[in-house]
Design a protein around this ligand. Structure first.
Ligand code: ADP
Length: 496
């Protein structure tokens, strides 16, 4: 794997990490308002300060313009008072004041550069039309204010404009006052403010990162505890119940996990039990064979009849061993899912006849009457081999656990969804409290009796699994000493 791919995988892990996401969320939630506030405040400062400065200067300029008329400065530009006022204004705003007469000639320049020169600019021209013009040169850092010098001091700007238009009387504007003031100090205050905001923002950023890291760790801790608790249990199914109740969500995860664990414990226990049962069941015939063989070997001159008799017993034990193994194999096959079924349409009536024909010799041996009653013709979608095995087991049990000269009655019926096979017998019955155990593997009501008649304790487990694989059901009812009835109910059409 190349380094790049590894890098990508690591990155993807970080993106998928809940901790990283919590961190980013808290960081953004803290920083976005801070950044918005900073830009709002610092950005607006310049705009606001310039507008305040412009209106200040405009106000001062208008006062000065009035004074110019009062002191007739345009005609005789020598007034000490006006000169002092001009000086004060230019000092106060760090600016330059120009007074232009109606012939566009500069009669006063506080910088003393342009006096006597003619000035024609858009602003001056507009001002002679009666407009007060203000202009902010952001790049060159100055504000320019141009106000008309009007004879009548009561004219307001807009009012004056209207008045002039109405009268066509432009003569009242005696000149214009042009003031340029520097905005350097506004800019430098803005810069100081911006620097302070930067420092504040960095400090806030560091604090928010700290809080985000801390919170991400704290919030994620219960999840880590869940992982730790699960890891602890993973090693072996101890009987411990784990608990992480910090969040409702972790509690739900742990509840579900505890349920899985307890289910696994049950499965583990039943697997252990099964293995020990299998070993025991497989050992029993071997032990018998060994005893038989040993006792023959111990006798110096055993008669041939004894050999024959013992060999017969040994053959029986081998057969038994064989039966247990083949039953176990059938059971393993039945443990699989419904997907392993080999489904085809089967005539159940025909199938029943065949099973009964096969079992008749065993029934005859004990003089047991087999009665088959079919209510209707039934064709169902089933796995023929598995259903045959299931039904054979039920009928075989009804014969095996019967009394001499007894009967077994098999009834086949169906509705539009299911077919049912009822197997009743006149046998020994099953004690009520044991009925719930009869489907367990290797369970036998009477071990020695069952062994005598060749039972392995696996037949009903196989039957039940086969029926469940077909999504059917089985139930048993019994009266001890009187007989037992098994009812198997299986769907007519297979639902995958
Ligand atoms: P087995 O191979 O021993 O017959 P099964 O799983 O078929 O094993 O049956 C389990 C036990 O249930 C049997 O050992 C027997 O005690 C009891 N049983 C099953 N069917 C009947 C029945 N029809 N009548 C009485 N007991 C029965």
């Amino acid at each position: 794997m190349t380094g790049r791919i590894k890098n990508l995988i690591n990155k993807a892990k970080v993106i998928r990490s809940l901790k990283a996401r919590i961190f980013v969320l808290i960081f953004l939630a803290g920083m976005i308002p801070a950044v918005i506030m900073r830009f709002g405040m610092v950005g607006n400062y310049e705009e606001h300060a310039v507008s305040v400065r412009t209106s200040d200067v405009t106000g001062q300029a208008q006062i000065l313009a009035n004074h110019l008329i009062t002191y007739n400065y345009l005609q005789i530009p020598t007034s000490e008072i006006i000169n002092a006022e001009l000086e004060q204004l230019s000092n106060l705003y760090d600016g330059r004041v120009l007074i232009v007469d109606s012939a566009y000639k500069v009669i006063k320049d506080t910088y003393g550069i342009s006096e006597g020169k003619t000035i024609i600019s858009e602003e001056v021209f507009q001002c002679f039309q009666g407009k007060t013009v203000t202009r902010y040169e952001k790049n060159s850092h100055y504000i320019e204010v141009v106000v008309p010098i009007v004879e009548d001091e009561f004219y307001e700007d807009e009012y004056l404009e209207e008045e002039l238009e109405e009268n066509g009387d432009i003569v009242k504007i005696k000149g214009v006052l042009l003031i340029s003031v520097s905005t350097e100090n506004i800019m430098s205050t803005g810069e100081v403010l911006s620097r302070k905001a930067d420092i504040l923002e960095i400090t806030m950023g560091i604090i928010i990162i700290g809080i985000a890291v801390w919170l991400a760790n704290v919030l994620i801790r219960p999840i880590n505890r869940v992982t730790d608790a699960i890891n602890e249990v993973k090693g072996g199914f101890t009987d411990e119940i784990i608990e992480v109740s910090d969040y409702l969500e972790t509690e739900h995860i742990i509840d579900a996990f505890n349920q899985v664990i307890s289910r696994m414990r049950v499965l583990d226990k039943s697997r252990e039990e099964f293995v020990s049962n299998v070993s025991h069941e497989l050992k029993t015939p071997l032990t018998s064979m060994k005893v038989l063989a040993d006792s023959l070997l111990m006798q110096e001159e055993a008669p041939i009849e004894l050999y024959k008799e013992f060999m017969e017993d040994i053959t029986n034990e081998i057969e038994r061993e064989n039966k247990i193994i083949s039953d176990l194999l059938s059971l393993v096959k039945m443990d699989k899912t419904a997907a392993d079924l080999n489904i085809e349409a089967v005539d159940i009536n025909e199938l029943m006849e065949l099973i009964l024909k096969r079992l008749t010799p065993i029934a005859k041996k004990e003089d047991i009457e087999l009665i088959f009653e079919s209510m209707r013709q039934v064709v169902a979608e089933v796995d023929e081999v598995k259903i045959t095995l299931a039904l054979t087991n039920l009928i075989e049990n009804a014969i095996k656990y019967n009394k001499k000269h007894g009967w077994v009655k098999i009834t086949l019926n169906a509705d539009h969804q299911f077919f049912t096979v009822e197997v009743s017998d006149s046998g020994i019955g099953i004690p009520e409290e044991l009925i719930e155990h009869i489907y367990e593997r290797f369970f036998r009501v009477d071990k020695s009796h069952s062994r005598e008649i060749g039972g392995t304790g696996l037949g009903l487990a196989i039957t039940r699994n086969a029926i469940l694989m077909h999504r059917g059901s089985i139930k048993a009812s019994s009266v001890e000493g009187e007989g037992t009835t098994f009812t198997a109910k299986i769907p007519l059409s297979h639902l995958s």
